[in-house]
Design a binder for this molecule. Sequence first.
Ligand code: PAF
Length: 281
Amino acid sequence: MIKVDSIKDIRKLLVNEKNIAFVPTMGNLHEGHLSLVDIASSASKAVVVSIFINPTQFSSSKDLKDYPKTPDKDIKLLKKYKNLIIFMPSIEEIYPENTNKKYELPPIANELCGRTRPGHFNGVITIIDKLFSLVNPQIVIFGKKDYQQLLIVKMFTKKNYPKIKVIGGATIRDKNGLALSSRNNLYEEKQLINASNLYKELQNIVNQIKSSHNNNNSNIIDRSTRKLESLGWEIEYIEIRKASDLSEPLSKDSLLVILGAGKFKDIRLIDSIEFCIGQPN
Ligand code: PAF
């Protein structure tokens, strides 16, 4: 494992690499991230993990300040990977000028999380564009937990970096079903079980939809939303979309995803579950 901080050094290290697998992260690594690094390691001998808390994707300076930062622990966790390069640049290295580039993103970037976090996906794409052109990977692995991010990155990559293959890694969960996330570290241990209620309700909705013979999902979703609210959640959205592009599903669509976002104890969590109804088309 080797760690570099500068653009000059990462360029030098990668100049002769032809098959790079890349895992972009914002650090505070957990088993979810490591599962993505495992996918990268089995795909290529040269693996790059970036650790960079990207300010352009945060809408509030408090959220950016509170984001958990554990660089030493992150480096320790990655030590077991032999051929790994950690790229850990400073903000000045990545944004020497005050970048405010506006990307033309698909309409889905303004829906779901994009509705309550305006500019968030523009910020994600800003850093992804910079990192892709620097690292020049063949394969990039993102977690499916951030399902909307994964699809927006896939759409951007298809258009702008057609040679890069974007892979979604499965969501890793704790024993209660809570999706592993850096933000979980902001909870006290005893609050984690309540934080898993979002996942439990999403699963509950999926089970009801699968066993119900009518199409009225909105009643099922409303009931679960009210239940979560009674448990102290402030729900932003719970929606069912078509899994392949997050458009509103038509009755013939069978590969679906339920996505939810909300705040519990003032900490914002998101989750999603892919599921299938009827025969896949
Ligand atoms: O998912 C994340 O951790 C971030 O959004 C990413 C993809 C590393 C971009 O900063």
